[in-house]
Ligand binder design. Structure first.
Ligand code: GDP
Ligand code: IMO
Ligand code: MG
Length: 423
C-alpha cells in the first residue's frame, strides 16, 4: 500500500474468489474502500468473531468503524436491496450514514429492470446466460443507451422520471409478450428504499477520491465478479455487463491510470463458475462434486450450485495480462486438503490443436492437465508459512513459476484469522 494510490483487489476468474474476505482483512491499511463496478449480483462473504455477513452493494471495508466506504459511479444500485443490506448492518450495530458515500453518477436498478432481465433470459431459450436476475444487464444497457436513471435523479422530480422510464419498460415487456408479472409490493419497497437512500451522503465520489489521493490518502478498490465475467474480456456473451478488470477501476471511480498502485489478483486453489457458458476445466465426476461439497460452492446470494474444476492456468495468465496483476492471492487452499493428487490445467485442446493462449471462443475446448501430489494435511489451523507441508509449498511454487507473479497471501479458511501473509 502506497500513500496517494489506489490499489485494486480483483477477482481474476469467474467471481466468488473470496474478495470480500480479503478486502475486510486489508481495510485497516487503507483510508477508503470503494466499489467500482457491478451491483447486487455480487455476494461477498465476511466472517469474523463467529459472525457472518454477505454484502452485495456495500463495500467490505464497512466493518472497520473509522473508514470511508464508497459506492462508485461504475456501480448499479437497487434501492430496496440496498436498504435491506444497510439495515442489517445497522441492526448489527454498524453506523453507516456518515461513512458510506454513494456516487450520484451510479445508475439505478428499477423493479422493471429485474423483470426485463427475466424476460430477456426467457426469450433466450437454450442460450440463457444464467444471470442472477438482479436487473444488471438491462440497467447497464440503459446506461450505454443514455436512457437510464442515476442516483442523482432521486434528488429532483424523481417521480416523473421514474414513471416515464417504467412506462417504457412496460412497453418493451408487452412487445416481448412478457406480461405475467406483478411488481406492486416490490415497487413499494423500492420507493421506500429511495427515501432511505436520500439520508445517505450522495456525492461526487470521483472528486472525493481524487482529493483524498492528493492528500496522500490510500484507497482500496474492491472488485466484483471476475475477469472472465468482464463485458470485454470475459467469455462473451456469458458474462456480466460491467468492466470488472483493472481498467474498470479508472472509469468506475474516476481516477487516472497513474493513480493505480498494486493490483491484487484473487483466485481459488481450484476453479468455479456459476451460471451458463464455456468452462473447459469443469469436472462432471465425483471429484467435482467433492470440491463443491468441501468448498460449499453454492451461490452466496442465489444458492445455485457452482460448477467446479481444477485451477485454470490459461485463464489466470490471461487475467494477469489484462489486469497487470502485481501480486496474487490464493484462496480456499484448505478445500484441497484431502485430495491425493491435484491437477492444474496448463493448456486447452480442440481438434488436436493445443493452445496456452485464451481462445476467442472457449466453447468446445478441453483442458490439458499436469498432475501434482496432494498434501493430505489439514491447513486450516496453520498460522505461518513455516507450518505448511512440503507438497503444499511445492504447489504454490509451481503456480508461481507457471504464472510469473508472486503469491503473497494464502487463505486457509473462511475466517478473517485464517489468512497467511507470506514474508
Ligand atoms: P467473493 O464474491 O469473491 O467475495 O466470494 P464469496 O463470498 O461469494 O465466496 C467465497 C466463499 O468462500 C465464502 O463463503 C467465504 O466465506 C469462503 N472462503 C473465503 N476464503 C476461504 C478459504 O480460504 N477457505 C474456505 N474453506 N472458505 C473460504
Ligand atoms: P461476486 O462479486 C459469480 C454471473 C452470473 C451469470 C453472469 C451474468 O460475488 O464474485 P448478471 O446477473 O451479472 O447479469 O449475470 O455472471 N455472476 C457472478 N458469478 N460471482 C459473482 O459476483 C457474479 N455476478 C454475476 O451467474 O453467469
Ligand atoms: Mg460472491
Amino acid at each position: 500500500m502506497k500513500k496517494g494510490k489506489v490499489d485494486a483487489l480483483l477477482g481474476i476468474v469467474f467471481g466468488d474468489e473470496g474478495k470480500g474476505k480479503v478486502v475486510d482483512v486489508f481495510t485497516p491499511k487503507y483510508d477508503i474502500v470503494a466499489r467500482f463496478a457491478g451491483g447486487p449480483n455480487a455476494g461477498h462473504t465476511i466472517i469474523f468473531e463467529g459472525k457472518k455477513f454477505v454484502l452485495r452493494s456495500i463495500p467490505s471495508g464497512i466493518f472497520a468503524e473509522d473508514k470511508v466506504n464508497i459506492i462508485g459511479n461504475g456501480c448499479v444500485i437497487a434501492p430496496d436491496l440496498f436498504m435491506q443490506e444497510a439495515r442489517e448492518l445497522e441492526s448489527a450495530g454498524y453506523d453507516l450514514r456518515s461513512r458510506l458515500h454513494i456516487s450520484r453518477r451510479a445508475h439505478l436498478i428499477l423493479p422493471t429492470h429485474r423483470v426485463l432481465d427475466r424476460a430477456y433470459e426467457a426469450a433466450k431459450g437454450k442460450n440463457k446466460v444464467g444471470t442472477t436476475g438482479k436487473g444488471i444487464g438491462p440497467t447497464y444497457s440503459e446506461k450505454a443507451s443514455r436512457t437510464g436513471l442515476r442516483v442523482g435523479d432521486i434528488l429532483e422530480n424523481f417521480d416523473q422520471k421514474y414513471q416515464a422510464l417504467k412506462a417504457r419498460h412496460e412497453e418493451t415487456l408487452r412487445h416481448l409478450g412478457y406480461t405475467d408479472y406483478d411488481i406492486t409490493d416490490e415497487e413499494r419497497l423500492w420507493m421506500e428504499g429511495v427515501e432511505y437512500m436520500r439520508s445517505f451522503p450522495l456525492t461526487d465520489t470521483e472528486v472525493e477520491i481524487n482529493r483524498a489521493l492528493a492528500e496522500g490518502k490510500s484507497v482500496l478498490a474492491e472488485g466484483a465478479q471476475g475477469t472472465m465475467l468482464d463485458i470485454d474480456h470475459g467469455t462473451y456473451p456469458f458474462v456480466s455487463s460491467s468492466s470488472t478488470v483493472c481498467g474498470g477501476v479508472c472509469t468506475g471511480l474516476g481516477v487516472p491510470p497513474s493513480a493505480i498502485g498494486e493490483v491484487f489478483g484473487i483466485f481459488k486453489a481450484y476453479s468455479t463458475r456459476v451460471g451458463a457458458g464455456p468452462f473447459p476445466v469443469e469436472l462432471f465426476d465425483e471429484t467435482g462434486d467433492r470440491i463443491r461439497e468441501i468448498g460449499h460452492e453454492y451461490g452466496a446470494v442465489t444458492g445455485r450450485n457452482r460448477r467446479c474444476g481444477w485451477v485454470d492456468l490459461v485463464a489466470l495468465r490471461y487475467a494477469i495480462m489484462v489486469n497487470g496483476v502485481t501480486q496474487l492471492i490464493m484462496m480456499k487452499s484448505d478445500v484441497l486438503d484431502t485430495f491425493p493428487t491435484i491437477k492444474a490445467c496448463v493448456a486447452y485442446e480442440k481438434d488436436g490443436v493445443q493452445t496456452t493462449d485464451m481462445p476467442y471462443d472457449t466453447e468446445g475446448w478441453q483442458a490439458v492437465y499436469e498432475e501434482l501430489p496432494g498434501w493430505q494435511t489439514d491447513l486450516t489451523r496453520m498460522t505461518s508459512e513455516a507450518d505448511f507441508p512440503q507438497a503444499f509449498k511445492d504447489y504454490v511454487d509451481y503456480l508461481e513459476r507457471q504464472l510469473g507473479v508472486p503469491i503473497t497471501i494464502l487463505s486457509v479458511g473462511p475466517d478473517r484469522a485464517q489468512t497467511i501473509i507470506r514474508g
